[in-house]
Design a binder for this molecule. Structure first.
Ligand code: FES
Length: 154
């Protein structure tokens, strides 16, 4: 269930974005970084701020798969399955996560507690295999350590 964010709140986020060049993309990224997703009215607010049409904003928002339109789970769990992590055993970590979260693929758990994503590179390949929880990286991961972390969060 999405929460309501007032237009003024979203506009404030956009006006104070840290990007020096304000674009549709930078504005959408700023809103998602702050709120965790793009509430419906954020499309309109970005359109007004950028002086473009709602279709222009929607075109950008719907193009990038990383934008989401409903609230994420309480914990944002990412498992890297890029080449280095794959060689290091990412498949096992993926299977562990899916089993523990009772998911068939990446996505949100029914209880809204987790959002699971498979990432193509978390940018720290020498530490492979890697996971991240709420954007904090955990490297040199193995199934045993990962299971313990998951059990503490579930
Ligand atoms: S491939 Fe996993 S961090 Fe780069």
């Amino acid at each position: 269930m999405s929460e309501d964010y007032k237009d003024e709140y979203i506009l404030d986020i956009i006006e104070n974005q840290h990007y020096t060049t304000h674009t549709i993309l930078s504005s959408l990224l700023t809103v998602q970084d702050d709120i965790g997703y793009l509430p419906k009215n954020s499309i309109n607010v970005v359109a007004e701020f950028m002086d473009v049409s709602i279709n222009d904003v929607w075109g950008v928002a719907s193009f990038y798969l990383n934008f989401r339109f409903d609230p994420p789970g309480k914990f944002n769990l990412e498992i890297c399955w890029g080449p280095s992590c794959h060689i290091g055993g990412a498949s096992e970590l993926q299977q562990t996560a899916l089993k523990k979260l009772k998911l068939e693929n990446q996505g949100d758990t029914d209880d809204g507690k987790f959002t699971l994503k498979f990432n193509t590179c978390l940018g720290a390949c020498p530490q492979a295999p890697l996971i991240s929880i709420d954007h904090k990286l955990y490297g040199k991961m193995n199934s045993k350590k990962f299971s313990k972390i998951m059990d503490e969060l579930i």
